[in-house]
Write a protein that binds this ligand. Structure first.
Ligand SMILES: [Zn+2]
Length: 153
């Protein structure tokens, strides 16, 4: 996901712009007049603008895309169903294992079920409040995520 590089358009250049784009009201990339914009160069002495990242519109799926959507949703339901069934089987296995650290079949280890060491973590909010300089020094930004969500039921 790159940021589009600044556009520099010479007056009379090959790019065709709308009046709003020429007047510096609309983004020279997408044509929208909404949202914050940054300078994109000069056009015949007029400052023109563009979005840092143009607001994207959702894609309208074609019929193959719609079939993929339905297939994805149906598979999700099957997985949820199978996960539930697997959970019930697991509970029966756990009941057989009891407090033992695992199970064998024919003397061979097939399942381990051991306690891990008790975990713990930093209270980041409290640390940021009580020692903001230390918090800032060790703060590690996370990469942006792009969650894939299926809407509706
Ligand atoms: Zn734009």
């Amino acid at each position: 996901m790159g940021t589009p590089s600044p556009v520099t358009i010479a007056a009379g250049g090959p790019v065709t712009l709308t009046d709003a784009q020429r007047d510096g009201r609309a983004c020279v990339n997408c044509g929208s007049e909404n949202g914050a914009m940054i300078p994109a160069g000069l056009l015949g002495g007029v400052q023109i603008f563009r979005h840092q990242v143009c607001p994207a519109k959702p894609v309208e799926l074609d019929h193959v895309g719609a079939q993929l959507y339905t297939a994805y949703k149906n598979l999700g339901e099957q997985i949820a169903d199978l996960t539930e069934k697997q959970k019930r089987v697991r509970e029966q296995l756990e009941a057989r294992i009891g407090d033992a650290p695992g199970a064998t079949i024919g003397g061979e280890d097939v399942i381990t079920w051991k306690w891990s060491k008790p975990g713990g973590g930093l209270d980041a909010k409290a640390l940021a409040k009580d020692h903001p300089e230390i918090y800032a020094k060790y703060y590690k930004p996370k990469k942006a995520s792009r969650p894939f969500k299926i809407l509706g039921e």
